[in-house]
Write a protein that binds this ligand. Structure first.
Ligand code: FES
Length: 586
């Protein structure tokens, strides 16, 4: 029997003695000896020896699924993690949880993120293991796993599946999914025909793995590394490479070491770690979804993200990584450029170098240990790709609780803009009218979409990337100012204000916008204003009627009753700790 002394918050009773290995978390039959006897009898039926069963146990979360090509390399990763665990003298045991793939989850993967976090947390709590390796990758899976594992507080390491390879279409290098949107925009604008759009459809995804640009999956991979919960250099190796398999093996080894040393998430996920992660989110030109997910993960640790302070951080943190959608390269290029350690080295003056990582060494020590060499993907701090942070936080009478815009992937011309509102009441209304040739819209107007927030849709879908009305697309218009209470894919680009809080479905000011109103955005002043006088807004508020936000039963009922707004990470209220005592960035 192992005798590790890992601290354990999985049991609510503080007097309960920490058990390890197979004899922890016994089924309650009222006779502990019988419970262990029965458990061993069953697992021996699978051919295990006592020697194997007496080892340190590393659980491996298997999120492989036929519906999730982003996790298509899960079987190989699991094999490599198992090898690492056994090299270190431990016993690996894999187990499944929910797997969420972005393009296979209706109404939106975000609707299921919290369910996956609950599954992850409770299966870690329920089953005997001394540490856990979380294999995630596609957008919502990594945040779900980190949220659940943070709450379970068992030693853990995140292992991302890694990015897909790029491919080529008629001599042009392509990868999902910034290029997916670019080609679809060309198709809508009649620049390419039916045959070519079919052809490119088969070229965009070069292999299994996550999206090949700095979308949400790559962002969360980098954030995991920056938080210190994934091995240094583990964010960037592509899914199908030898480097990725070696990272998996090393992760398995480290999971055994950390189980024995009791390296619980609360020792890693500190305020300094979250400040480092916020810096990295900005410097990589990361997905706007990253701020929601980081808020949710931090919330599980009792830490609030102060979005106004984050915005101040944004003004002094340049975008350094030249990856789509902010730049031109792909994740495999970042890997060849040294991966995240190359970014961290440039960011050193802004980071907490004493933050601890899962290796037992500090972030600063890991940066110093990584090789430095000439490369062209990560810009120098004094010659950035974009001078200020990729994400700006704006506020005003249209978004009293705030909204965000990814300015590094937007049209600079529209960052100071006033225009006439063209309003869609919900996603169905937009789908019905956006391509109507009679739609009264010009390129200078502001497209407004309501009711795609956390409860409105529900699940805050990535519908904030409103398509350019077809009649304008055919005139060559490629960007317009667009505003909604929804999200957009991290792979998307455009002048798009997102996460307007409070959302329209809850009666936020966005609900009161009417066709023809004037809206003003000033990113330099961080303002988003509805230029309608207060008396008129009061009149509209008086007449506004909510749509019933409930369901008779099931997960949808739980979701609608418990979902929080974007500024609380869209976590379920009951999953957050009773008190939030700390606030970052300082
Ligand atoms: Fe899975 Fe992009 S769709 S990572």
């Amino acid at each position: 029997m192992t005798t590790n002394s890992a601290s354990d918050k999985r049991h609510d009773n503080p007097d309960e003695v920490r058990q390890t290995g197979l004899n922890q978390g016994l089924v309650n039959y009222g006779d502990a000896g019988f419970s262990l006897f029965l458990r061993k009898a069953f697992i021996k039926g699978a051919g295990y020896s006592d020697d194997a069963l007496n080892r340190t146990i590393v659980g491996i979360v298997n999120t492989g699924s036929g519906y999730n090509p982003c996790h298509g390399n899960a079987p190989q990763l699991i094999e490599a993690v198992k090898r690492g665990v056994m090299l270190e003298g431990g016993l690996p045991i894999e187990f499944p949880t929910i797997s969420i793939a972005e393009s296979f989850s209706t109404p939106t993967s975000m609707y299921l993120r919290n369910l996956m976090s609950m599954d992850t947390e409770e299966m870690i709590r329920a089953q005997p293991m001394d540490s856990v390796v979380l294999i995630g990758g596609c957008d919502k899976t990594v945040p779900a796993q980190l949220m659940g594992a943070a709450s379970a507080n068992l030693p853990m390491l995140e292992l991302v599946t890694g990015a897909m390879l790029t491919s080529g279409h008629r001599g042009v290098r392509v990868g999902a999914c910034t290029d997916c949107r670019r080609y679809w925009g060309m198709y809508r604008g009649q620049e390419i025909d039916d045959q070519e759009i079919e052809e490119v459809n088969a070229k965009l995804v070069g292999s299994v793995g996550t999206c090949s640009v700095m979308g949400t999956a790559s962002t969360m991979a980098c954030i995991s590394e920056a938080l210190g919960v994934a091995l240094p250099g583990s964010a960037s190796p592509p899914a199908v490479t030898a480097d990725r398999m070696r990272v998996a093996e090393a992760t398995g080894r480290q999971a055994v070491i950390n189980a024995r040393a009791g390296v619980t998430p609360d020792k890693i996920l500190t305020e300094k770690a979250f400040e480092n992660a916020l810096r990295v989110l900005l410097a990589i030109g990361g997905s706007t979804n990253g701020i929601i997910h980081l808020t949710a993960i931090a919330g599980r640790m009792g830490i609030d993200i102060d979005l106004a302070a984050f915005d101040r951080m944004s003004r002094e943190t340049p975008v350094l990584v030249d990856l789509k959608p902010s730049g031109q390269h792909y994740m495999e290029d970042l890997h060849r450029a040294g991966g995240l350690p190359t970014v961290l080295r440039e960011l050193k003056p802004l980071l907490h170098l004493d933050a601890m990582t899962v290796t037992g060494r500090t972030l600063g020590e890991e940066i110093d240990a990584a090789p430095a060499f000439e490369q062209r993907v990560v810009h120098r701090f004094d010659a950035p790709l974009y001078p200020a942070g990729g994400i700006a936080f704006v506020r005003g009478n249209l978004a009293p609780g705030g909204a965000i815009i990814k300015q590094s992937a937007a049209d600079a011309r529209l960052m100071e803009h006033e225009g006439r509102a063209v309003v869609f009441e919900d996603a169905e209304d937009m789908a019905a009218r956006i391509d109507d040739p009679t739609l009264d819209v010009t390129a200078e107007d502001v497209l407004v979409l309501k009711r795609i927030g956390p409860v409105g849709a529900p699940g805050m879908p990535e519908a904030g990337y409103l398509p350019i009305p077809r009649k304008l697309a055919r005139q060559g218009v490629r960007d317009m100012l667009r505003i909604s209470d929804g999200r957009m894919s991290g792979t998307a680009a455009g002048s798009i204000v997102l996460h307007v809080t409070p959302e329209a479905a809850l009666g936020g000011p966005l609900a009161l916008v009417e066709n023809g109103d004037r809206i003003r955005l000033s990113v330099s002043e961080r303002r988003l204003e509805l230029l309608v006088d207060e008396a008129e807004l009061a009149r509209r508020r008086e007449g506004w009627r909510p749509v019933a936000l409930t369901a008779e039963r099931g997960y949808r009922k739980l979701f609608l009753e418990q979902i929080t707004q974007a500024d609380q990470g869209c976590d379920f209220a009951f999953l957050r700790p009773p008190t939030i005592q700390r606030r970052v960035p300082k």
